[in-house]
Design a protein around this ligand. Sequence first.
Ligand SMILES: NC(=O)c1ccc[n+]([C@@H]2O[C@H](COP(=O)([O-])OP(=O)(O)OC[C@H]3O[C@@H](n4cnc5c(N)ncnc54)[C@H](O)[C@@H]3O)[C@@H](O)[C@H]2O)c1
Length: 468
Amino acid sequence: MDRRTFLTAGTIAGAGVTLGARHAAAAAAAAQDAAAHTVPAGARFERTPREKARIGFIGTGLRGREHLRLISLRDDTLIPAICDIDAGAIAASQKLLADAGRPDAEVYTGGEYAWQDMIARDDLDGVIIATPWLWHTRMAVGVMKAGKYAGVEVSAANTLEECWDLVNAYETTGMPCMIMENVCYRRDVMAILQMVRAGLFGELLFLECGYQHDLREVKFNNGRQPYGGGVEFGEKGFSEAKWRTWHSVHRNGDIYPTHGIGPVGVYLDINRGNRFTAMSSVATKARGLHKYIVDQAGSDHPNASVRFKLGDMVTSTIQTQQGETIIVKHDTNNPRPYSLGFRVQGTDGLWMDVMDKLHIEGRSPKHQWEDANAWLEKYDHPLWKRFEDRAVGAGHGGMDFFVDHAFVEAIKAGVNTPLDAYDAAAWSAITPLSEMSIAAGGAVQTFPDFTRGRWMTRQPVFSLDDSY
Ligand SMILES: NC(=O)c1ccc[n+]([C@@H]2O[C@H](COP(=O)([O-])OP(=O)(O)OC[C@H]3O[C@@H](n4cnc5c(N)ncnc54)[C@H](O)[C@@H]3O)[C@@H](O)[C@H]2O)c1
């Protein structure tokens, strides 16, 4: 069944249906879904709507504390408990709470599994997880099994088995798992979503995205800090060097795909009328991190003998059920300005974020690029218009406000989160699939259908209006 046949099979009739009409119908379907507080059949837990969302935190490092700060600024939240293994992180978190006029949170610490005691509390509705990657899935699964909403930082899973663990935990517990992909809420990304939904680019064909961020300093601080020795929290360098660098040493794949694929997944209605079907990946040789160490610390430094498995440029090509293709890049080991490199191209035009330009046939001068800003303003998402003031000062240009807002509002209403366990699984699966493909010389890998066929009837729900 092609995209249109299938999308019109449900609520929309007729061949000439527009994308705008389709999303209007989807909005109605989503509202019904929300009103019914839909949970998977046979799920273990009921969800109870609440006036104030009671949120706990596992991992209050740099990222966790931005979530904590934003949640603490809201008057519709309570923060009963926090968990971290690092005393400095806990102290900094309590100070944040005091600065926001909040009481101290109860602390869970002293061991890597202290979070299990925290999630057993009965006064938490949701838990935000901002720990190193290898902890994400087991913590998110634990949170769902404890009857709470899981809000898990990116990426959500490291292996295909972990992707399935997230989906299975959601389906058996009925507790949502929101992948906290803040880039889905970037202002220009959301304006482009409006344009996609209004059909301005025509039928989508080809999208590009990536994580292109010079992380050499983050991974190695000044290049001299011994690898594996770690760094003191927040003092001598970036705390992420303690765990993130390990992945560059041991894995060759796209190890951080979701900032790019999240927005693209929303544009393409992945898991909601569409799905990723296959992927192949290639990687260049690994040079950048070694060169950085030698340039910073000399060829005699012990770090110069660390061997990196991660190719400097990892490029993946994804195919979708509805006939689009996507290129996803991972590029973190060499000098370059930050860019997620979005390109959204359809039968009527395209947008490229790195140039801040677009071209729309019949609207832009023939064969010419046009500055995107007037369009981005015109199609500014209603959510941004409504909450612009509250987003001021929130991390990453304000988008962090929106991802936390969505998590809190879903909990308060007792409904599904707009990004869910299926999104977490499909987006995170790029990492293990790219590793398998690269190891097999670029061989095509099949994407699991984490929805088990439900992508055919699930409707788009992400930010259809100005609520969250
Ligand atoms: N969405 C974004 O824009 C964004 C930005 C930065 C980081 N992140 C993600 O957030 C996560 C955390 O990154 P970060 O920069 O805060 O790293 P970080 O190293 O600063 O913080 C991680 C924290 O987790 C704690 N921790 C580790 N193991 C734990 C355990 N078993 N129990 C409890 N606490 C534990 C550490 O002590 C530390 O305080 C990562 O997944 C990262 O990819 C996302």
